[in-house]
Design a protein around this ligand. Sequence first.
Ligand SMILES: NC(=O)c1ccc[n+]([C@@H]2O[C@H](COP(=O)([O-])OP(=O)(O)OC[C@H]3O[C@@H](n4cnc5c(N)ncnc54)[C@H](OP(=O)(O)O)[C@@H]3O)[C@@H](O)[C@H]2O)c1
Length: 306
Amino acid sequence: MLLLTGATGLVGSALLRRLVAEGQPVRCLVRDPRRLGPQRVRVQIALGDLADPPSFRNAMRGVKTVVHLAASTRDQPRGSIEELAAIATWRMVEAAQRAGVERFVFFSTLGASTHHRARLFRAKALAEQAVRESDMRSTVIAPSLVYAPGDRWLTLLERLSLLPVVPVSGSGKAVCQPIWVEDVAGCVLAILRDRDAPSRRSTVAPHGSATAHERYELAGPQTLTYNEIIHAVLSSLDRERPLLPVPTPIVSRMLRLLERTMHTSTPITWDEAELLEANMVSKRGVADAEAFGVTPQPMSAVLGAG
Ligand SMILES: NC(=O)c1ccc[n+]([C@@H]2O[C@H](COP(=O)([O-])OP(=O)(O)OC[C@H]3O[C@@H](n4cnc5c(N)ncnc54)[C@H](OP(=O)(O)O)[C@@H]3O)[C@@H](O)[C@H]2O)c1
C-alpha cells in the first residue's frame, strides 16, 4: 500500500491518475475526499489534516511507501506555513517510522534553504533535514516551478491578462526552470519503480547508517525569468500585454490588506507573491529527469505558444 498526501493538488492529482491507471493500491490522506473527483472511488481514503498529527497514524497502517506532497503556500486557520510544511513533515516521518514504513518520498523545492527570504523555502529546508535524518530509505524530490495549463497560477495570470497591463511583484527577474506536471509525475513513477541507475543516485548515509537517502532535482529544459514566463503565458493566450513591475514593499502592504479583508478567500497572499522572487534553478538541468527516462517539455510546447 502506498500512502499519498496532497493527492488533490497539482502534482498529486497527476500522480494519482497514473498510479491508479497502473493498478497500484493507493491510500490518500485528504481533508475533503470530494476534492479527489472520480478517483475517490478507486482509492482508500484516510481523512486527515497536516495540522492533526493523530490522523497520520491511522493513515499509515499497512503502508510500505509514503509519498508526501501536501504542503501549503499560505497560512491556514489550523496551522502556519511552518507548521504545515516543516513540523507536519517531521511528525509524518516519525509516524511512518513507528508504523514500519520502508520508504519515504518527500517533495521539497529547488532553492530550499534555512536562510531563504520565503517562509515556505525555509520550512522545506527543515523538512528535508527531518526526512534525511530518518531511519527509513528516503527520497527527496526538489522540483523547480511545476505548472499545468489551467492550474491555479496560470488561471490567476489569465485573469490578470484581462487588465491593460499585468502587474508583477518585484522585478520579475528571478529565474526558474518550469517543468510540466506530467513530466514530474513521470519521474515520480520511475523513482517509485526504482528505474534510476544506481550510479546516478546521490546517496548519502548520515551518521554512518546504511540507510539510503537520495535527492533528485527536477527541472524543465528552459531557464526563464518570471517575466519571460508571464510573456509565454500571455502569448499562449494571444494576449500580449505590457508588464508593470510593482515594488515589493507596495505589493506586501497591498496584499496584507487584502488578506485582512478577504481572509482565506484572498486570490494571492504576500507569502505566495514572495515566492516569485525565488530562484529555482538546478545546476543539473534536466539530467535527473532524463535519468528516469523523461524528456521534459519546453513550456511553449505545453502551452501551445510560439
Ligand atoms: N507547484 C510548484 O511549482 C512546486 C514547486 C516546488 C515544490 N513544490 C512542492 O510540491 C508539492 C506538491 O505541490 P502542488 O503544486 O501539487 O501543491 P498544491 O497544488 O498547492 O496542493 C497542495 C496539496 O496539499 C494539500 N493540503 C494543503 N493543506 C493541507 C492540510 N492542512 N492537510 C492535508 N492536506 C493539505 C491540498 O489538499 P486540499 O485539496 O485539501 O487543499 C493539496 O492536495 C508541495 O509540497 C509543494 O511545496 C511545488
